[in-house]
Ligand binder design. Structure first.
Ligand SMILES: Nc1ncnc2c1ncn2[C@@H]1O[C@H](COP(=O)(O)OP(=O)(O)OP(=O)(O)O)[C@@H](O)[C@H]1O
Ligand SMILES: [Mg+2]
Length: 209
């Protein structure tokens, strides 16, 4: 039996999932896994290595590394790779595991499988990383609805960006989700500033059963 698993998903690509996941994995002493990396010039695992300072044995290799930075289903087609859902089974590791999806919750992994369905199969709870910027209420509520429809438990929303009290409160209230905290946009993003910001704005205990 492995330890607790936390899925880090988000409202969109580029919202800050990897940055948040690096801080979370560091704070929990967790391993990190990105099952499908699409685009190998900038790998999420490398960013986590840089920002999370995890020992190499806790940075798990991806199940698939695809060349093109686009949706996994298409990146796989371009590479002539067939994604086998069985290879996306959660690895068993000692201690907690932080797993990052790709883009948002309804991103296709194959032409007949969405990431949200993979999450449901994992039977693990998810954190939704959401911007605080304009548009976030719609994106967050849509993501919450899509996860709930599939029976994925939601730990809460982790916001990234400048403070926007009404948007955060509205999402929590209308989406019936917990506000886990907000990571400000750090002018100098490095391991020390990220760890400090995470500790000041989140409680590690909120992510564990
Ligand atoms: N809290 C932050 N402070 C400063 N910059 C940030 C922060 N969060 C994210 N960024 C910037 O935004 C970029 C994109 O963030 P990140 O890679 O975490 O997004 P993502 O949601 O994981 O994207 P993808 O869908 O490609 O996996 C980072 O490389 C970083 O430059
Ligand atoms: Mg990422």
């Amino acid at each position: 039996m492995g330890g607790p698993v936390v899925i880090v998903t988000g409202t969109d690509t580029g919202v800050g999932k990897t940055v948040f996941a690096a801080a979370l994995a560091d704070a929990l002493g967790a391993s990190y896994w990105k099952p499908v990396q699409a685009g190998t010039e900038e790998c999420d695992r490398d960013l986590v290595a840089e920002l999370g300072c995890l020992p190499s044995e806790r940075l798990l290799p991806e199940a698939y590394r695809l060349a093109t930075p686009c949706s996994p289903h298409r990146a796989a087609e371009i590479d002539g790779v067939s994604i086998d859902p069985e290879r996306l089974a959660l690895p068993s590791v000692p201690g907690p595991l932080v797993v990052e999806g790709a883009g948002g919750v309804l991103v296709p992994v194959t032409r007949s499988l969405l990431y949200a369905d993979v999450f449901a199969g994992w039977r693990a709870p998810a954190v939704i990383v959401a911007r605080t910027a304009l548009g976030t209420i719609n994106h967050s509520l849509l993501s919450i609805e899509a996860l709930r429809t599939r029976g994925v438990a939601i730990l809460g929303v982790a916001f990234v960006g400048e403070a926007n009290e009404d948007s955060e409160a509205t999402i929590a209230e209308m989406g019936k989700v917990r506000r886990l905290g907000r990571l400000p946009l750090l002018p100098r993003l490095d391991r020390a500033s990220l760890a400090q910001a995470f500790a000041a704005n989140f409680r590690a205990g909120d992510f564990l059963p």
